[in-house]
Design a protein around this ligand. Structure first.
Ligand code: PLP
Length: 363
């Protein structure tokens, strides 16, 4: 069989997701493992979302609402924008793909921070874009350097706030300076997948009514703070002109019926969101204290995950932690060969992580 694959597709390094617990337990012959590798919500899904899913099960013979009317209207109301400014997707990954497909032709330029969420580079590369990676400065996205790399060929700039994997944020002031220098014709995507967790009062937050009058797209997701990663639902807030283009090219039923119902219910489940934020904030502080006790360097974060310098190859620490039944993420693929990333777990999971790390590093 002969396949003709474009060079720019051949060159893509595959995204390596955190493996499911079941697969790792099978491979390593372990049980009752703790997964802290994919920035998921350790509390599980919102109970109100679960009830909505149960309710929706008997209607699975029907197609979903292709316009996502209820969810779109609820999100618009929550953000103070018009429903015409909202596009829902099969995870925020779907919106990233739609934006790239709508705006980027082969040879166009896309500016991304480095390191950051790998899907920006993968998706842009798959469209034949030239990806300009701009290094972080002291772990923080360098918006001045990023806007400095914008050329006449640039179509998109990705900002990840808080940034995955560093957990650092950009300020409103830095963003305003960036926007003032941004030439016409460039769309800025601010990925706020973890924004709910940010405690820093100076942290930029977009998706407000004033943002939809300029070329700014805010991405949010139900995968993290709302605990619905397995359902796949995310959304973008953007100028109506751009939303209209995305609606033309998206799949007609890109968000399934259960995901829509669950997301609507999750938005009303304020108690669950509250519990999640409380757990993550207390967990972060307890983990920081535990790591200080072990004499390890870590990087304070505004998200539900953070980086730890383990002072030796992270791939080896990852393997040895697995044998202790704790799944972490090696940051080698992100350019930090000695760092691991973990997300906050339940209290007992955090304790198990600290104990396992102490055992592994003592070897
Ligand atoms: C920064 C960032 N953006 C987007 C996503 C994708 O989220 P979703 O599950 O909504 O596709 C992730 C997932 O890990 C992420 O870390």
């Amino acid at each position: 069989m002969k396949l003709t694959i474009p060079d720019y597709i051949q060159a893509i390094e595959p995204y390596v997701p955190g493996k499911p617990i079941e697969a790792l337990e099978r491979e390593y012959g372990i049980q009752n493992s703790v997964k802290l590798a994919s920035n998921e919500n350790p509390l599980g899904p919102s109970p109100m979302a679960l009830a909505a899913i149960r309710n929706g099960l008997t209607r699975l013979h029907r197609y979903p609402d292709g316009a996502g009317h209820l969810l779109t209207h609820k999100l618009a109301e929550a953000c103070g924008v018009a429903p015409e400014n909202v596009v829902i997707g099969n995870g925020s990954d779907d919106i990233i793909a739609l934006l790239v497909r709508a705006l980027v032709r082969p040879g166009d330029q896309v500016v991304v921070p480095q390191p950051s969420f790998l899907m920006y580079t993968i998706t842009a590369s798959a469209a034949g874009a030239v990806v300009e990676s701009v290094p972080l400065k002291s772990m923080v996205m360098d918006l001045d350097a990023m806007v400095g790399r914008v050329t006449a060929d640039t179509r998109l700039v990705f900002i990840c706030n808080p940034n995955n994997p560093t957990g650092t944020v950009v300020t409103q002031k830095a963003f305003d300076r960036f926007m003032a220098r941004l030439p016409d014709g460039v769309v800025v995507v601010v990925d706020e997948a973890y924004i709910e967790f940010a405690r820093n009062a100076d942290c930029l937050k977009t998706g407000r009514p004033s943002d939809v009058d300029r070329p700014v797209v805010t991405l949010r997701t139900f995968s993290k703070a709302y605990g619905l990663a397995g359902l796949r639902v995310g959304y973008g807030i953007m100028p109506a002109m751009l939303a209209e283009v995305l609606h033309r090219i998206r799949q007609p039923f890109n968000v399934n019926a259960l995901a829509q119902a669950a997301a609507v219910a999750a938005l009303d489940d304020r108690a669950f969101l509250h519990r999640t934020l409380d757990l993550v904030h207390r967990g972060l502080d307890a983990l920081y204290a535990g790591l200080e006790g072990l004499g390890l360097t870590y990087f304070k974060s505004e998200a539900n995950f953070f980086l730890i310098d383990v002072g030796q190859p992270a791939d080896i620490v990852f393997e040895n932690m697995l044998r202790q039944g704790v799944i972490v993420r090696s940051m080698r693929a992100y350019g930090f060969p000695d760092y691991i990333r973990i997300n906050v777990g339940l209290e007992n999971e955090n304790r198990r992580f600290l104990e396992a790390l102490e055992t592994v590093l003592a070897k």
